[in-house]
Design a protein around this ligand. Structure first.
Ligand code: COA
Length: 320
């Protein structure tokens, strides 16, 4: 079997402060019933001043290395997916590299909104396959609370902060590892979900703007397509999948995709109720939870899928 990557460790970090729907309803015209019925969300974690993108990413990465039994010196590349970096540069990935004491290799940030983790996994797996690196940290770290318009009830109830990470190692073992990744983007749909500013622009750091209905419509169609694509590429059928670990944007999107796949709810990892949408961090956070509590085990086939601003979307299939 040719060289490819496998997920040797997973890690997570969630900010200490939890904000429930009821608490949010004190400052914006909304209520728990509306939010929960439409999205499945009950609460979200919100970063404090010290819980920066780099700080959370480093904490998640440290946990992933620890679970893998790896030392910082083993890390060849740090790829950090985020739409909310602390600075325009240095890349947040390099702040993480420094915080973990990683002296070798390289790192960079990757911007693909909520699909960022799938994109990062694809890039890292590709680099491992070609022999450019032997290992990589892939991190999703987001502080969406800093790009929210806290007066816009149509968006501010949907998102949360947090970080998740995986540590990838090279292997030639045929029975484990990343089997495939599929990436897509359609820039023509950029205006249905975007940030109207940029990091580094003091006059306009930007807040998130979304046409929720349009995003919903594209999400179910595109996600089902990319999941079918992943299965077909590996000559597998739905019943071969042990766990679906979807991007956690909305319970209704998650359920619609699972239904079309014929997967029962017990096989779907869901964190959106507690984390809300943490964008690029949502899949590695969900992975870390399901590995940590023993649901995902060695040998399990895990299907991941995400869609986000760009539009970007994609899927990854991995044997643990
Ligand atoms: N609390 C209470 N009422 C709210 C509200 C809130 N937080 N947000 C919107 N409403 C109101 C609207 O103003 C509207 O009122 P009106 O009928 O009097 O005009 C009503 O609820 C329905 O709004 P609508 O936008 O049509 O709701 P919806 O059923 O489409 O649900 C979303 C809205 C955002 C939950 C849904 O479109 C969605 O989940 N989209 C996908 C978003 C997503 O996942 N984005 C991230 C992708 S990575």
């Amino acid at each position: 079997m040719a060289r490819h990557s496998f997920i040797a460790g997973t890690g997570a970090y969630l900010p200490e402060c939890i904000v429930t729907n009821d608490e949010l309803a004190r400052s914006v015209d909304t209520n728990d019933a509306w939010i929960h019925d439409r999205t499945g969300i009950r609460q979200r974690h919100i970063a404090g001043p010290r819980e920066t993108c780099a700080h959370m990413g480093a904490a998640a990465a440290r946990a992933a290395l620890c679970q893998a039994g790896a030392e910082p010196g083993e890390v060849d590349a740090v790829i950090l997916a985020t739409s909310t970096p602390d600075q325009a540069f240095p890349a947040t990935a390099l702040r993480v590299q420094a915080e973990l004491g990683i002296a070798n290799g390289f790192g960079f940030d990757l911007a693909a909104a909520c699909s960022g983790f799938i994109y990062g996994l694809s890039v890292a797996d590709g680099m491992i396959r070609t022999g450019q690196v032997r290992s990589a940290l892939v991190i999703g770290s987001e502080v969406y609370s800093r790009i929210m318009d806290w007066h816009d009830r149509t968006t501010c109830v949907l998102f949360g902060d947090g970080a998740g990470a995986v540590f990838l190692r090279a292997t030639e073992e045929p029975d484990r590892g990343v089997l495939s990744t599929h990436l897509h983007a359609q820039g023509g749909l950029g205006d249905i979900l975007y940030v109207d500013g940029a990091v580094g622009r003091h006059d306009r750091p930007g807040t998130l703007v979304m046409n929720g209905r349009e995003v919903f419509r594209h999400a179910v169609t595109r996600l089902v397509e990319t999941v079918e694509e992943a299965l077909a590429a590996n000559r597998l059928t739905h019943d071969a999948v042990d766990w679906l670990v979807p991007h956690q944007a909305n319970r209704r999107i998650i359920d619609a995709v699972a239904r079309k796949l014929g997967m029962n709810a017990e096989r779907v990892v869901v964190t959106v109720d507690r984390h809300a949408n943490t964008s690029a961090a949502s899949i590695p956070l969900a992975l870390a939870e399901a590995v940590g509590d023993g649901r995902i085990r060695r040998g399990d086939l895990v299907l991941m899928e995400a869609l986000g601003g760009g539009l970007t979307w994609g899927s990854a299939l991995a044997r643990f």
